[in-house]
Write a protein that binds this ligand. Structure first.
Ligand SMILES: Cc1cc2nc3c(=O)[nH]c(=O)nc-3n(C[C@H](O)[C@H](O)[C@H](O)COP(=O)(O)OP(=O)(O)OC[C@H]3O[C@@H](n4cnc5c(N)ncnc54)[C@H](O)[C@@H]3O)c2cc1C
Ligand code: FES
Length: 260
């Protein structure tokens, strides 16, 4: 784990409420695995020394990419950070996704949850893995469908869904996912599920993994304070008892998760 002072290289608005932050992190970038997160010290919050956790959207050429949504005090304060300024970032943190897959890799993301899935898709391709790679991106409306062009540029199979039908299939992201799961099972194939997004989506994906006796890798989003295992703010119930999302997660095996 490193605590690196990182120069901001890019800090652009991507869509309403969403920003792309790229920092120079030559030591951390090569160590990051998809699904791991970094803990960013937000400059305007320094008196209370508060950090905010973000998944890694990409890490290459000594740079770390973060895709974030402004939801409250910390992310609003982060908006004010300017290109050329320095951010103090701790990472790599937590356990990420396995960068391998037995059967088709079905990646399911909602909102900013697409961030670690894009990094995973890139790393799966770079690893020389030749299986089927299908990405399912969902959102309330088309402006919530993030990283669509980035996924397209990887050449992966892309399925989009919006609640209001403004882009892709009208409905939940699990609708096109279910169609593909049925086709794969009818053909006697195997698949693994990789998911990140809002809790109801994660639960739905995890239950599809356990219900079909397939592997599922679920990235849990829990409120964090310390990010390094000390405060127990980020508890996730598992079959082994309470687990800390920042240490044992954020990526858990679907069969280990206990849903309320
Ligand atoms: C492992 C991990 C990876 C993450 N990756 C990303 C990412 O790639 N991009 C991104 O935009 N965000 C990501 N998040 C969520 C991000 O950390 C929170 O949105 C951020 O900390 C909110 O800070 P804030 O001060 O702006 O909001 P606050 O003022 O603290 O909260 C504003 C609202 O957001 C809710 N909230 C706060 N934290 C979370 C959370 N972790 N999950 C769900 N709701 C929350 C609060 O309950 C409140 O309703 C991740 C969180 C975790 C744990
Ligand atoms: S955030 Fe403190 S233990 Fe996980």
């Amino acid at each position: 784990m490193l605590n690196e002072k990182c120069e901001i290289l890019v800090h652009d608005e991507l869509a309403a409420g969403y920003r792309l932050l790229v920092v120079k992190a030559p030591e951390m970038a090569p160590q990051l695995v998809p699904g791991q997160f970094v803990h960013v010290k937000v400059p305007a919050l320094e008196k209370s020394a508060l950090r905010r956790p973000f998944s890694v959207f990409n890490a290459e050429d000594g740079k770390v990419y973060i895709l974030y949504k402004t939801v409250g005090r910390g992310t609003a304060a982060l908006n004010a950070a300017k290109v050329g300024e320095t951010l103090e970032i701790i990472g790599p943190l937590g356990h990420g996704f396995p960068v391998k897959c037995d059967g088709a890799a079905l990646l399911v993301g909602g909102g900013y949850g697409v961030a670690p899935l894009y990094f995973l898709a890139k790393r799966l391709i770079a690893s020389g893995w030749k299986g089927r790679l299908a990405v399912f991106v969902g959102g309330r409306t088309k402006t919530d469908l993030l990283a669509v062009e980035e996924f397209r540029s990887l050449g992966v199979e892309l399925h989009l869904a919006t609640n209001d039908g403004s882009e892709g299939v009208k409905g939940l992201v699990t609708d096109p996912l279910d169609d593909e799961i049925i086709k794969i099972r009818e053909a006697g194939g195997k698949f693994e599920l990789f998911a990140c997004g809002p809790d109801p989506m994660l639960k739905a994906v995890a239950l599809r993994a356990t219900g079909t006796k397939s592997k599922g890798w679920i990235s849990m989003d829990r409120h964090m304070i310390c990010g390094v295992g000390a405060c127990y703010a980020c508890i996730q119930k598992t079959v082994r008892g309470n687990s800390r999302c920042c240490i044992e997660g954020p990526v858990f095996s679907a069969e280990d998760l206990v849903w309320e």
